[in-house]
Design a protein around this ligand. Structure first.
Ligand code: IDP
Ligand code: MG
Length: 181
């Protein structure tokens, strides 16, 4: 019994989910979050991100050699839809496979018809799989992606070890209207 519990605890995972620009433009955020909530996983972080070229290329660095790479970068940066994505971190038991199952296969035409990509994805005339969501493929990728998209303080609890560093930073405040006497 004890062994069973520790085995289960070892499977606690994280997954980075992105609602891609087509998902936001098509007003699918609510539907997608509802489908993901069926996994009973916990949301550990959420934010809207305007994706820079650097972030896009780093996120998809493993696909750099693919012929669809440039189009993929434009797609995730929102050139064809809206210039933002909703980034989420899900946490819990078997998070990666549970989420990948709900999300469906990469190619929306091959994805299970009831999966998110099967329902809402499409292949564009330029050959990009506009598949509405991203979900981490394995634990190693999840860690790399979460550390790329989120700062430790943006997550509700500590997922990966952190270290302290002193930084000098400029903060912005609302400008006040100082009237002359
Ligand atoms: P994944 O998103 O299911 O993990 P990856 O192979 O990591 O699939 O590819 C990242 C993204 O690149 C996909 O979600 C999809 O938008 C796009 N993509 C992947 N393979 C192809 C392809 O063969 N043609 C067009 N777009 C693709
Ligand atoms: Mg992938």
């Amino acid at each position: 019994m004890e062994h069973e519990i520790s085995k289960r605890e070892m499977k606690t995972q994280q997954s980075l989910v992105l609602i891609k620009p087509d998902g936001l433009l098509k007003s699918l955020t609510g539907n997608i979050l509802t489908e993901l909530s069926d996994t009973k996983l916990i949301i550990a972080g959420a934010k809207i991100v305007e994706v820079t070229k650097e972030l896009a290329e780093e996120h998809y660095h493993h696909l750099m050699e693919e012929k669809f790479f440039d189009e993929l970068i434009k797609y995730i940066m929102g050139e064809y839809h809206v210039k933002r994505v909703l980034a989420l971190v899900y946490h819990g038991e078997d998070a990666i496979s549970k989420i990948r199952k709900v999300v469906g296969a990469t190619n929306p035409e091959k994805a299970e018809p009831t999966s998110i990509r099967g329902k809402y994805g499409r292949i564009t005339s330029k050959g990009v799989f506009e598949n509405v969501v991203h979900a981490s493929e394995n634990e190693k990728e999840a860690e790399r992606e979460i550390k790329l998209w989120f700062k430790p303080e943006e997550l509700a609890h500590t997922i990966y070890p952190t270290e302290e560093m002193e930084v000098k930073k400029v903060e912005y405040f609302w400008k006040t209207d100082k009237k002359k006497k």
